[in-house]
Design a protein. Structure first.
Length: 370
């Protein structure tokens, strides 16, 4: 009898030990079960996908999960919220994407699931929110990243205020001026892309250009928060003196009680924080940096006088960057209809950068030598 009891006790201990090593996944709801059965997704597989963060997914798992998200969340803003929050904790790493293997100028991949910077995070979440599977996600992602969906370093949206909003009017409406009204901040920038490309070793010339653009000054942001919606794309405007630019991207998240949060990829990981609290911290930071910049300006004036009277030149001191305001873009429900006619599929294009490759192809050169 004692032997039987010992064997039974050993079995119970083994069972308990085995159970401790496996995390018990929560059961699916009735709606989740229905979605799994309708879409042909194994229920146990869906449990695992629901339990793990989005940045741990493989492309194959993304392919399974996106139709589920569309089925369970028919509203675009709900999908953006779900996918963005499912990516909380994703590690941050700047300068992640390039054109490889399409081009070699920037030999980084064309997507990244396990890491993000602020722009990569927003682009991936938006593409997933519109897509029904992996193939559609990848095509939409490149349509967002490149002007007219033409994949090239020269058509990539490099500038946050000049390229991205203008190339993606099909995707999102710029509501910054609408929000700020007569109190909108106005800025003019000069763009020299030829110099930018030359510094990157890309042989491409383009005429210089300028842009007049608007954003919401940080001083009136507390009044504007109430008009924001979940999924609105946030452009953080930074600058000093007479120079401003979009230096950061993220999403608005609005809670049922009206609280407004800012969800974004920043070092060391994707986070969600209270927008009003963030504005208070930035207000204090701006005040401190404004005083520091006044001191820097005085020192730079002294450096200027020195340089005018001496052959050896002293370098000027850099000004401290401040947060000047925010731009907002509202995703369109019918974004894909903006760029596709009836019966069309979303196609990507690839064009050569090197002018010689445009004028003469390898095949032509071989034929001419025969």
């Amino acid at each position: 009898m004692r032997k039987i009891l010992l064997i039974a006790l050993a079995c119970l201990m083994l069972t308990a030990f085995h159970g401790c090593g496996q995390k018990q996944l929560p059961p699916l709801t009735e709606a989740q079960c229905m979605a799994a059965d309708t879409l042909g997704i194994d229920r146990e597989v869906l449990k695992e996908l629901l339990a793990k963060p989005l940045y741990a997914f493989s492309p194959e798992e993304i392919n399974l999960y996106l139709p589920y998200v569309h089925y369970i969340l028919p509203d675009l803003r709900d999908r953006i919220k779900h996918l963005a929050r499912k990516n909380l904790g994703q590690p941050y790493e700047i300068y992640l994407l390039g054109e490889y293997p399409v081009e070699l100028y920037d030999p980084l991949p064309m997507y990244a699931l396990d890491r993000s910077d602020c722009v990569v995070f927003c682009e991936h979440i938006l593409a997933m929110a519109y897509a029904h599977d992996w193939q559609e996600f990848f095509a939409i992602l490149q349509r967002i990243r490149y002007r007219d969906g033409i994949i090239s370093y020269t058509t990539r949206n490099h500038y946050g205020e000049y390229d991205w909003p203008r190339s993606n009017t099909w995707l999102a409406e710029n509501i910054s001026l609408q929000l700020a009204g007569e109190r909108a901040a106005i800025d003019t920038i000069q763009i020299n892309k030829s110099r930018f490309f030359k510094n990157k070793g890309v042989p491409y010339m383009v005429p210089e250009d300028s842009l007049v653009w608007h954003y919401v000054p940080i001083e009136i942001m507390p009044e504007v928060l109430q008009y924001l919606q979940t999924g609105d794309i946030v452009n953080v405007v930074r600058g000093y003196k007479n120079h401003s630019w979009v230096g950061h991207y993220g999403f608005v998240m609005v809670e049922p009680d009206g609280k407004v949060n800012f969800l974004h990829s920043t070092s060391p990981e994707v986070i969600e924080q209270s927008f009003p609290e963030l504005l208070e911290r930035l207000k204090a930071s701006n005040l401190k940096r404004e005083m520091e910049n006044a001191e820097i300006e005085g020192r730079n004036e002294a450096i200027k006088i020195y340089n005018e009277n001496n052959e050896d030149k002293m370098p000027y001191e850099n000004y401290k960057t401040m947060t000047r305001g925010y731009g907002f873009l509202r995703p369109r429900d019918n974004a894909l209809q903006q760029i596709m006619k009836d019966g069309q599929v979303l196609r990507l294009q690839v064009v050569p950068v090197n002018p010689d490759a445009v004028n003469i192809s390898k095949r032509d050169s071989i034929l001419k030598s025969l």
